[in-house]
Design a protein around this ligand. Structure first.
Ligand code: PMP
Length: 393
């Protein structure tokens, strides 16, 4: 059997339409196939490789850490400098109230931790989230997800969860003094890039303050420069009580975090009511990679060009079959008529050397979320290929 057959036989599948590309190597914005193909990666492993694949500074941080130690002890016992310096570097990118970092392994775990923290801190049980939200696949994260089709086979899920419309100021009245937290993506990702305006976020912040509800922002997809600010909430003039991040955080290594004020996070250390425990959370190699990733984003000024690059995509992706483009920085959704139209376009783009994808909850839009390091020439080449793929499909 070849590798593709082994993949289909032995690796559990999560979709009827796996991209099925066999990659040998990846570097910068390029991925290289096992049969000599060269691809421009326009999805960054779903919003992960913001600094490009195998950024040299991330690689050397990983190598240095490999020479020191791997796992030593469960999270939060030993003083491990990659974790400590990472927590400080994250705090330095954030307002002073987000100064305490809990490191985990993934986005879903960060969401779970944030929900537990909100319940514990407020001593309330109700969680509000948004229609069409995606916060992960673990049971808690699934429970607060906003897509019924994804959830229905797994009931009963967490009780006390309610979905409201993302962006609706009128529906903020559902947040009451019984609500522990409202969690939302600052920019909805899997819904196909849905954007709310500043007045919504400000009304949301006010409602949370009035009711003593914690505002949890999930920036697992939108953080680390993706939207043209280091954190997407910076666009809206508000600060969350808990911030959740992962994906782009590790520069290609698995790591996540939930971040809050030290006084909020302190409830987790009140024995004997155990807080949140993780064996591998903030793995030293991932933490070293993450610290290097933050330095690359800041030192290489990757965020400054995000909006210009997004505008270049928008000016080039003009075609009668493209109905519109929704975006916040380089978090983009290119709208078509239907999945039946979109699927062959994606297949042709891949065959011609550009990797794009669809979204979980929006099947008529093409996902574009390239490494922030993509050059203007690479954008032009990728857009030419997409336009050709539309004509071929
Ligand atoms: N929240 C958002 C907004 C996401 O996009 C994702 C992943 N697509 C998650 C949470 C879950 O992250 P993970 O897959 O690392 O558990």
């Amino acid at each position: 059997m070849n590798n593709r057959q082994l993949f289909l036989s032995h690796l559990a599948q999560t979709t009827d339409f796996p991209l099925l590309i066999e990659i040998e190597k990846a570097e910068g914005v390029y991925m290289y196939g096992a049969h000599g193909e060269k691809y421009i990666d326009l999805i960054s492993g779903i919003g992960v490789s913001n600094v490009g694949h195998r950024h040299p500074k991330v690689l050397s941080a990983i190598h240095e850490q490999l020479d020191k130690y791997l796992h030593l002890m469960v999270y939060g016992e030993y003083v491990q400098s990659p974790q400590t310096l990472l927590a400080k570097a994250l705090s330095d990118t954030l307002p002073s109230s987000l100064n305490n970092v809990y490191l985990v392994n993934s986005g879903s775990e960060a969401v779970e931790g944030a929900l537990k923290l909100a319940k514990r801190y407020t001593n309330r049980r109700e969680i509000i989230s948004c229609v069409n939200a995606y916060h992960g696949s673990s049971q808690g994260a699934l429970s607060i997800g906003g897509n019924e089709i994804f959830k229905r086979s797994y009931r009963p899920l967490l009780p006390g969860v309610r979905n409201i419309e993302f962006g609706s100021i009128a529906q903020l009245t559902h947040i009451t003094t019984d609500t522990a937290a409202i969690i939302l993506e600052t920019v909805q990702g899997e819904a196909g890039i849905r954007i709310a305006d500043s007045s919504y976020f400000q009304a949301l912040r006010r409602r949370c303050d009035e009711t003593g509800t914690l505002l949890v922002l999930d920036e697992i997809q939108a953080g680390f420069g993706r939207t043209g600010k280091f954190w997407a909430f910076e666009h809206y003039g508000i600060v969350p009580d808990i911030l959740v991040c992962a994906k782009g955080m590790g520069g290609g290594m698995p790591i996540g975090a939930f971040i809050a004020d030290k006084e909020v996070m302190a409830v987790f250390k009140n024995n004997p009511l155990l807080g949140h425990i993780t064996t591998f959370g903030g793995h030293p190699v991932s933490a070293a990679a993450s610290l290097a990733t933050i330095k690359v984003i800041l030192e290489e000024r990757l965020i400054e060009e995000v909006d210009n690059k997004a505008e270049l995509f928008k000016s080039l992706l003009i075609h009668p079959r493209i109905k519109g483009i929704r975006n916040k920085g380089l978090m983009m959704a290119v709208e078509f008529d239907s999945f039946d139209v979109l699927k062959p376009i994606i297949d042709h783009a891949i065959a011609n050397g550009v990797i794009t994808d669809w979204f979980l909850f929006c099947d008529d839009a093409m996902r574009i979320a390239p490494p922030l390091t993509i050059s203007n020439d690479q954008i032009k080449e990728a857009c030419d290929i997409i336009l050709r793929a539309i004509d071929q499909a």
